[in-house]
Design a protein around this ligand. Structure first.
Ligand code: 8YV
Length: 317
């Protein structure tokens, strides 16, 4: 009999879905009209869970899955999984570590360039026919040069390092903050986020959110200042969103490029009218290449755990 796997989020790569279907009896909870009732009826069968980084899995759901042997996160963020409970139960929680680094860093760079060069606002200006109606050069404000800006990286993990490498190629001096200084990188460590913001033209958030909720608040935004740009490709809740909206509204920072939000898919409506903000829909890892590689790691983790081995990418066992 094929093992039963509970899937909390869709996977958008057909080849991965085909292999999941061939190997397992898949239960796609996101397609169920009454998920609670579905778990009541089938929860006892589930030996594995596949979930997204942002979705994770609650302790209460894990408690309703008594046969559970593995939680495979199709992502790198495990902040939405109760890791302490998983450890206590001896459950491996796996991630797709390393698979999405390049694409997330690429999107951070795209957002830096988009905000500095007003890419999306100017695109809207052209599409709306405004250029024809207002052909004078003064109809658009001058943009900001990105090359050479001082970039501060918050969280120098795999993604932070990949962002640092990219912006260094644009001639940007790089500083970073993290829980500790890293001896193997050429960039300058700054232990205080407030000081890093003060010394940066652009702050790029690449940190795990587990112990860093709300670290970017009004004081940090004011330290970044009216010429400063904030980019977030990590988690919305690293930022106090109300403080960010207010700082943008009052032009206390110059702009923001945001892929993640506190309450996705809900984005503060105040941001919709701001031309100095570029918005994405949590898309940093959403390329064919990365999602394929992530799917392979999910398949590998399930296979290892269900064969009684410790999954290579387990965080908890
Ligand atoms: C994905 C993410 O959007 O890796 C993460 O933690 O948030 C993203 O890469 C998500 O996990 C896809 O399911």
């Amino acid at each position: 009999m094929k093992p039963h796997i509970l899937q909390l989020n869709p996977i958008l790569v057909p080849a991965i879905n085909e292999r999941l279907q061939a190997l397992y009896t898949m239960h796609r909870l996101f397609e169920q009209p009454d998920p609670d009732n579905y778990i009541r009826r089938h929860g006892a069968l589930m030996r594995g869970v596949i979930t997204g980084g942002h979705t994770g899995i609650s302790r209460s759901l894990m408690e309703r899955l008594p046969a559970l042997e593995v939680v495979a996160v199709n992502g790198v963020g495990t902040d939405a999984v109760d890791l302490a409970y998983a450890r206590q139960r001896g459950l491996p929680v796996t991630g797709t570590f390393g698979a999405l680094t390049e694409d997330v860093a690429d999107l951070a760079l795209a957002l830096l360039l988009a905000v500095c060069r007003n890419l999306c606002a100017v695109d809207r200006f052209v599409r709306a026919g405004t250029w024809v109606r207002q052909p004078q050069p003064s109809a658009l404000p001058l943009a900001r040069r990105f090359s050479g800006l001082r970039v501060g990286i918050v969280g120098l993990g795999r993604v932070g390092r990949a962002v640092a490498t990219r912006v260094a190629a644009f001639g940007c001096p790089v500083r970073y903050t993290d829980l500790r200084e890293m001896a193997d990188v050429p960039w300058t460590f700054e232990p205080q986020l407030l000081q890093l913001a003060h010394d940066s033209d652009a702050l790029v958030l690449c940190a795990a959110a587990d112990q860093a909720e709300g670290i970017v608040d009004a004081a940090v935004l004011d330290a970044l200042g009216p010429r400063g740009v904030l980019v977030n490709v990590a988690r919305g809740r690293l930022v106090r969103e109300d403080d960010l909206v207010q700082a943008l509204r009052e032009r206390r920072i110059a702009g923001a490029g945001l892929d993640v939000f506190v309450d996705e898919p809900n984005v503060p409506p105040a941001l919709f009218d701001m031309n100095h903000v570029t918005l994405q829909a949590h898309r940093a890892s959403a390329t064919e290449e990365t999602r394929h590689a992530m799917g392979e790691l999910v398949l590998e983790s399930l296979a290892q755990a269900l064969a009684g081995q410790r999954p290579t990418h387990s965080l908890t066992t």
